[in-house]
Design a protein around this ligand. Structure first.
Ligand code: F6R
Length: 609
């Protein structure tokens, strides 16, 4: 949510700032701005409401070759999207960009209102004014002013600050909102997400909470807010350029849906041994004794990550004896007085590794002395660093706001964790083998399903473009998959889509069925297939407009449309059906003409509560 970039070096700062902001635009896209400062201290501030292209239009009239600057793309929290509320914010001679929320901004503002003429409704301008009050027109070093100000702040921040009076240096700091410093040759780059640095440098320093850095083009000095020096570790940025480009696809979403065979293969790499029917996960770091003693799993996530947890829980319960699995929504769980029994382990699920509610749960759970295991994608993210152990899903950058490839891999990573518990508990190999075999086969089956069905789904989607309401239905493992399908449709095509367990239909939702709605039913073959077919008939009897996704080749009810999946997969069919839901949401959104990758009101990585 929101993106920060910064540059100090020998090249044209505006070029890096704009290209970096474009890379981070998926983090927030309601307004943007940059400021650069010339050698003699003249600032050029450009801000615009809307996407980066609006900022670029203004840039042509303000082009310069300044060598230092900061930029920001915003997802509004305090104050509506507008040019005035866009960052950078100015106070005296300093400029500030900020991700996060200053919780005590009202109290701070009350103190500052006599000395600063506030031009925006943002909490960020309050922080700028606070820093400026300590800076006192350059009488004190900028870095000291920033530190003094941050000591008074409650909330979260990743910030970058520059001053007209010190045009060769920048100060950055973080608390709860990521900040990465790229180490280059005669240049230092800053971003809230390493993807903005790709192609510029491979070396990066990830700031920790409570750290502040004074940066010039060839020096980086990191300290804690208490002025203790930090010997910062330079790490390699693993992302490559291809991973953050569309690669010939019209949208990142389609690219990310289509690359699931490869991204899941990365999740499985070195972890599945089909010959010996075993899985090996090194990351969790639990001994065989510890795994054997697990009696309860808590799975925590938001949105798609929560759905992934729910689906994984159905599987884990099926093959792991004497274990209970509780799947919780992070924003709720963090405030519940939940009792976690002894011998529990918590799985913390997050693609970005930065989601504020999930992170808060992680910290609460750790306080209770429970072991935490991350199921995370973003390497080096806050959650990845704070968990006791973890399994990276390794799907590469997910740039489209709607999560797709991460979901598939999160489910399988959690199932593999369940399998390691089952192995330690000596569950019979004959019970676990079918799961392991299918996991290994999934990437190819995913490839087949995407290839066989893409055009069919596109045609079907085109028939439902005028509907504003949809119901997704499923039983057992198909139910969490239906929930995920509904979320995908609603978030990018703005269709009011909700999912119900088939068995719940008669308890209320059946009343909705009329010509305003269409229904998507997920019908995997298996013990509950016939029951689900009866439920489909109940909807058809009320003239429902039904689309069925099934692997049952003989399915012949007179529904409006059927997607028949041909696959050898029997256990993980709901994951394959979810591919159809992903494609359906994609093609519906394209047909409606909406922005697929950057849906309204949303942003990737929800770093505020
Ligand atoms: C939906 C979506 C969100 C995220 C949720 C959690 O497509 O992307 O629901 O799944 O915000 O994000 P992470 O996994 O980054 O914690």
């Amino acid at each position: 949510m929101c993106g920060i970039v910064g540059y100090v070096g020998e090249k044209d700062a505006q070029n890096f700032l704009i290209s970096g902001l474009k890379r981070l635009e998926y983090r927030g896209y309601d307004s943007a701005g940059i400021v650069t400062i010339s050698e003699n201290g003249k600032a050029t501030l450009i801000r615009a409401k809307g996407k980066i292209v609006e900022l670029e239009k203004k840039l042509s009239k303000n082009k310069n070759d300044d060598k230092i600057g900061i930029g920001h793309t915003r997802w509004a929290t305090h104050g509506e999207p507008s040019e005035n509320n866009a960052h950078p914010h100015k106070a005296g001679s300093i400029y500030l960009v900020h991700n996060g929320i200053i919780e005590n901004y009202k109290e701070l503002k009350a103190e500052l209102v006599s000395s600063h003429d506030f031009k925006s409704n943002t909490d960020t301008e309050v922080l700028a004014a606070l820093i400026n009050s300590f800076y006192d027109n350059g009488k004190h070093p900028l870095v000291n002013a920033v530190v003094q100000a941050l000591k008074l702040v409650k909330g979260t921040y990743g910030i970058a600050v520059v001053s007209e009076l010190e045009p060769e240096e920048m100060v950055v700091a973080r608390c709860g909102s990521p900040l990465v410093i790229g180490v280059g040759h005669d240049e230092t780059l800053v971003a809230s997400d390493a993807s903005a640095l790709v192609g510029h440098t491979k070396n990066a320093i990830y700031l920790n909470d409570g750290e502040v850095a004074l940066i010039t083009k060839n020096s980086i000095e990191v300290k804690t807010l208490n002025a203790e020096p930090v010997s910062a570790k330079v790490e390699e940025i693993e992302t490559n350029l291809a991973a953050i480009q569309k690669g010939g696809y019209d949208h990142f979403l389609l690219k990310e849906i289509m690359e699931q065979p490869e991204s899941l293969s990365e999740t499985l790499r070195g972890r599945v041994d089909v010959e010996n029917n075993t899985v090996h996960l090194g990351g969790p770091g639990l001994s065989q004794d510890e795994l054997r003693s697990i009696k309860h799993l808590v799975i925590v996530g938001c949105g798609t990550a929560y759905h992934a947890g729910l689906l994984a829980s159905y599987y884990i319960e099926k093959f792991t004896p004497e274990i209970t699995v509780e799947v919780v929504i992070a924003s709720e769980y963090r405030y519940r007085d939940a009792y976690i029994p002894d011998d529990s382990v918590a799985l913390i699920v997050s693609q970005s590794g930065e989601t504020a509610d999930t992170l808060a749960c992680l910290r609460e759970i750790k306080k209770k002395g429970v072991k935490t295991i991350g199921i995370v994608n973003a390497i080096g993210s806050t959650i990845a660093r704070e968990v006791d152990g973890g399994t990276y899903v390794h799907v590469g950058p997910e740039i489209s706001v709607a999560s797709t490839k991460a979901f598939t891999s999160q489910v399988i990573a959690m199932v593999m964790f369940g399998l390691t518990i089952a192995q330690a508990k000596s569950v019979k190999s004959s019970i676990l083998a079918p799961y392991i075999k299918e996991i290994a086969a999934l990437p190819e089956e995913i490839r087949k399903v995407l290839k066989d069905n893409s055009e069919i789904v596109k045609t079907i989607a085109s028939k439902y473009v005028d509907y504003d309401h949809a119901i997704y239905l499923g039983r057992d493992t198909a139910y969490p998959s239906a929930m995920e399908g509904a979320l995908k449709l609603k978030e990018i095509s703005y269709v009011d889509a909700n999912a119900y367990a088939f068995g719940e239909l008669k308890h209320g939702p059946l009343a909705l069925v009329d010509d305003r709605f269409f229904e998507i039913a997920l019908l995997p073959e298996g013990p509950l297939f016939e029951k689900a077919v009866s439920n489909v008939q109940e909807v058809l009897a009320r003239d429902g407009h039904m689309i069925v996704i099934t692997d049952a080749q003989e399915f012949d009810l007179p529904v409006e449309n059927v997607v028949k999946i041909t696959t050898d997969i029997k256990i993980f069919t709901p994951l394959l059906m979810n591919l159809i839901s992903q494609l359906f949401a994609y093609y519906t959104t394209v047909a409606k003409g909406f922005n697929v990758d950057q849906p309204r009101n949303l942003a990737k990585s929800v770093t505020v509560e």
